[in-house]
Design a protein around this ligand. Structure first.
Ligand code: SAH
Ligand code: DHB
Ligand code: MG
Length: 224
């Protein structure tokens, strides 16, 4: 099975399930025009994030890793009246594109972008009492996933859903001696997750237009 087939099937699913959307199309174009890396979640994955946010009736969402705000818009569109998304981004250029896209989507008032290194922003959010969050999407650099997960747990409550993107990386995750610090970050996170009694978790491999990858899904337990 090939990338060509995965992309063709993703296109087929997208045509059936993900209606063409001017705002999302322009948001992606703004990102490519500004030469941002083409690493946003795919449309089918964006809709999956949106549906999960609705399933858990998320009112207070945290995203770590904004890029051009594509996934952020999918998440924010799942919010009820009065809900909000806080999204964290280190790169000012990415943040500029994202802010333009949030305004374009009419979501500037419900999405708050915090510029800075997420490991520095997260303690500030905690100190400000921004949590607890109902849904947390971890999608920034992969070396710091363990730290992002620790902070996520601190700002969670029973029922909080935590999703972590890019945890398979073409299957490289099973290579214990892999040289890439991103892979080692994912592996350290997996070690934490496997022994973390505050959550119930699994991981799902995915194929599609963005290749072979996957996500972790964790639910914060009652009494955690
Ligand atoms: N969630 C986005 C994709 C995010 S790509 C989407 O699906 O549309 C990862 C982003 O994380 C990049 O924009 C990168 O600049 C940002 N990032 C990398 N390291 C970071 C850090 N230490 N703190 C905050 N953001 C970081
Ligand atoms: C890459 C992909 C991602 O979805 C991400 O969040 C970061 C990096 C990548 O392909 O390099
Ligand atoms: Mg990602």
């Amino acid at each position: 099975m090939t990338q060509e087939l995965w992309t063709a099937v993703d296109t087929y699913i997208k045509e059936k399930m993900v209606p063409a959307d001017e705002v999302l199309t322009v948001a992606l174009r703004n990102a490519t025009d500004a030469a941002l890396p083409v690493i946003a979640v795919s449309p089918t994955q964006g809709k999956q994030l949106h549906l999960i946010a609705k399933m858990c009736r998320a009112r207070n969402i945290l995203e770590i890793g904004t890029l051009g705000g594509y996934s952020t818009i999918w998440l924010a569109r799942a919010l009820p009246q009065g809900g909000r998304v806080i999204t964290l981004e280190i790169d000012p250029k990415h943040a500029d594109v994202a802010r333009t896209n949030f305004a374009l989507a009419g979501l500037a008032n419900v999405i708050e972008l915090r510029l800075g290194s997420a490991l520095e922003t997260l303690p500030k959010l905690a100190a400000e009492g921004c949590g607890p969050f109902d849904l947390i999407f971890i999608d920034a650099d992969k070396t710091n996933i363990p730290g992002y997960f620790e902070w996520s747990l601190k700002m969670s409550q029973p029922g909080t859903v935590i999703i972590v993107d890019n945890i398979i990386r073409d299957g490289a995750v099973i290579e214990a001696d892999h040289k890439d610090p991103n892979i080692q970050g994912v592996r350290r996170f997996n070690d934490m997750l496997s022994t973390e009694t505050r959550v119930s978790a699994t991981e799902i491999q995915t194929v599609g237009e963005k290749g072979y990858d996957g996500f972790a899904l964790a639910l914060v337990n009652a009494g955690a």
